[in-house]
Design a protein around this ligand. Structure first.
Ligand code: FAD
Length: 300
């Protein structure tokens, strides 16, 4: 072993992707029933000791999880020492209703919102209500009038499907920052080059705010393919073949391969100077927790 280390000085570092200064944050969705509630809280309890910068909770399409999102966010705030963040969308609600939800969050001590336009439940194109917020830009402006929230917004390395062009999408992102957002969290992606190219285009547009890469550490391969397909995320050919070949394998194999794939993705981003990662946990802790350990995070 000594000889191998001497001849390959970086060998011992091979599995380590970052150090304890690497920033992490986690996203959860509100649970639907008792069983998923239990799974969520087990995951929160396992991931909170890794000391993420924040833990956010999504808002169901069309506001369908308004109460559950609120309950989950405020419980994270009460029961952990990690800043809890609420996602909020403009769909199916008047400005007044959205403002009231935001004011309730502020009163409950929640200081950070992920401001989104959202999509209609059941799919289709978003139509703004005459009395509603028409886009994430308007929502950010509205939230800033209510209280000095910290605001994160969404961005799309592979371009939002409704954008007129990749450049128009980045111009729109800039408007969200001009309106008061301080950070963008990216849609998930499966190829590091996609994020790195996007980072360059964002910088070329004069945006200096933080762009957090959204990482999807899941071993639900059919679910991942479905999501990638519906969000317009490119699956690199070799990854596609690998995923197909795992179809009939058992859960343990899928989990190990998924871990390797996502480790490679984060490792290649880390090598290019990315030092902050946002994890779409899907309310599961295993892969995310292992990955964060490789990124240098130790549980407190
Ligand atoms: C990190 C992250 C978290 C998310 N969380 C949730 C969640 O909790 N709940 C949920 O329902 N959905 C969520 N989504 C999905 C999101 O709601 C959808 O992607 C939605 O279609 C767009 O929301 P947005 O805030 O990006 O919209 P916007 O930024 O308002 O618009 C999306 C794109 O459309 C174009 N566009 C819109 N309006 C204009 C305009 N006036 N002029 C020119 N171009 C325009 C721009 O290209 C823009 O990038 C999330 C997405 C991400 C990436």
């Amino acid at each position: 072993m000594d000889r191998i280390l001497k001849e390959n000085p970086n060998f011992a570092d091979v599995a380590f992707l970052g150090d304890k200064t690497t920033n992490i944050s986690f996203e959860f969705f509100p649970p639907k029933n008792e069983q998923s509630d239990k799974m969520l809280w087990q995951s929160v309890e396992r991931l909170a000791p890794l000391n993420p910068r924040f833990m956010s909770v999504t808002y169901g399409a069309g506001g369908t999880t308004r109460e559950r999102t609120h309950a989950t966010v405020t419980r994270i705030a009460r029961e952990t020492s990690i800043p809890a963040v609420a996602h909020l969308t403009c769909v199916n609600a008047s400005r007044e209703e959205i403002d009231e939800i935001a004011q309730d969050y502020w009163n409950a001590g929640i200081r950070h919102i992920v401001a989104l336009r959202g999509d209609p439940p059941g799919g289709g194109r978003f139509e703004a209500r005459p009395d509603g917020y028409a886009s994430a830009v308007e929502l950010v402006e509205g939230l800033k009038k209510i209280a000095p929230f910290e605001i994160s917004v969404a961005c799309y390395p592979e371009t939002h499907p409704q954008a007129l062009s990749p450049q128009a999408d980045i111009d729109f992102l800039k408007r969200k920052f001009d309106a008061g957002a301080t950070r963008a969290i990216s849609q998930f992606f499966l190829s590091p080059e996609v994020f790195l190219r996007f980072r360059d285009r964002v910088a070329a547009a004069g945006i200096t705010a933080e762009i957090l890469p959204g990482i999807m550490p899941t071993s639900n391969i059919s679910g991942l393919k479905r999501m990638a397909h519906s969000c317009g995320i490119e699956i690199p050919e070799r990854l596609n073949q690998l995923m197909d070949s795992l179809d009939k394998d058992d859960a343990a194999i899928k989990q190990m391969v998924s871990m390797a794939v996502v480790t490679d993705l984060c490792g290649r981003l880390a090598k290019e100077g990315v030092d902050s990662f946002h994890f779409y946990t899907m309310n599961r802790a295993d892969i995310t927790s292992a990955l964060c350990r490789l990124l240098g995070r130790q549980p407190a």
